[in-house]
Design a protein around this ligand. Structure first.
Ligand code: DHB
Ligand code: FE
Length: 289
């Protein structure tokens, strides 16, 4: 039986890609953020997940404004990246897991989430940079198969936090009913607070970010009570990427344990956050050793 072993959430700022190219991981500006991945690497090395289900928001590479998809699931054997104009390298293609994707899609639609199915899908920085952060030395040989799931956080109207939580729970049910015996990590990318445009450009709300990081562990339902307008007010217009964290947390079991978290401001315009959560049975096994 497939097993969801944990969840990883991280910010996905494009300049992370620039910092990697320039080797700035030890630079004081970047160090706390990159250091957050040391325990993530140790956990990945130890747990060796087979599949990463990556919940993120596309910024116009995979889905554009002419047809904006509220929830979409990739259903391809491979996902390519392409130049988004950020000046960062295009990463080698990522292996998909089409059979698992179709199982997830079947299960979600039966669960009344009428998702868009993407048999071709370009993955943007919100997918590629977290993968690079997880597996910096993988080159073209990514060690996990992937299933991209996108949540619209770009064009009004956005799904609510409660809806994204329910989507995550439905993804969790789909993964638990998968016939394979893969170990699965659910990855959320985006956030935390940031606003890239308008009169509040540069807005970051450290207190709200830290509250979210606390609630996501033990009381995620509290986050589902915020309206989208409240999240924009508290976290900035791009801070709605928090929805991906909420969906990821929904896909994990009821109880999780925090393996690691880092909050470091700013990275670019963003409250930079990394959090690794283990499903409780895995955490118990680690503690017992
Ligand atoms: C930045 C953050 C994002 O989430 C993004 O998608 C693009 C840019 C930033 O802080 O620069
Ligand atoms: Fe973003």
């Amino acid at each position: 039986m497939a097993r969801i072993i944990g969840g990883l959430a991280t910010s996905h700022v494009p300049s992370i890609g620039g910092a990697i190219v320039k080797g700035l991981q030890q630079d004081p500006y970047w160090k706390p953020f990159f250091d957050a991945f040391d325990p993530v690497h140790a956990w990945l090395e130890r747990e060796k997940p087979d599949v990463a289900v990556v919940i993120y928001n596309d910024h116009g590479l995979g889905h554009f404004l002419d047809k904006m998809l509220t929830f979409a699931v990739g259903a391809a054997e491979s996902y390519s990246n392409a130049d988004e104009g950020w000046g960062i390298p295009v990463l080698p293609p990522f292996p998909g897991h089409a059979e698992l994707s179709w199982h997830i899609i079947d299960s979600l639609v039966a669960d009344e989430f009428d998702v868009t199915m993407c048999q071709e899908h370009l993955v943007d920085h919100a997918f590629t940079l977290p993968m690079k952060l997880m597996y910096p030395d993988a080159g073209a040989a990514w060690p996990v198969r992937t299933v991209p799931i996108t949540i619209n956080s770009v064009q009004h109207p956005l799904p609510t936090a409660l809806r994204c939580w329910k989507l995550g729970k439905a993804v969790g049910r789909a993964l638990e009913s998968w016939k394979g015996d893969e170990k699965i990590v659910v990855v959320a990318t985006g956030g935390l607070s940031h606003q890239l445009d308008g009169t509040r450009a540069g807005f970051i709300n450290k207190d709200f970010d830290q509250l979210c990081m606390e609630k996501i562990v033990d009381d995620p339902v509290a986050l589902t009570r915020y309206s989208n307008k409240q999240i924009v007010e508290l976290a900035g217009s791009q801070g709605v990427e928090l929805m991906c964290w909420i969906a990821m947390r929904g896909a994990l079991g009821g109880r999780v344990s925090k393996v690691h978290s880092t909050y470091h401001v700013p990275i670019s315009n963003t409250g930079g956050a990394v959090m690794l959560l283990a499903n409780s049975d895995v955490a118990t096994a680690i503690a017992a050793e």
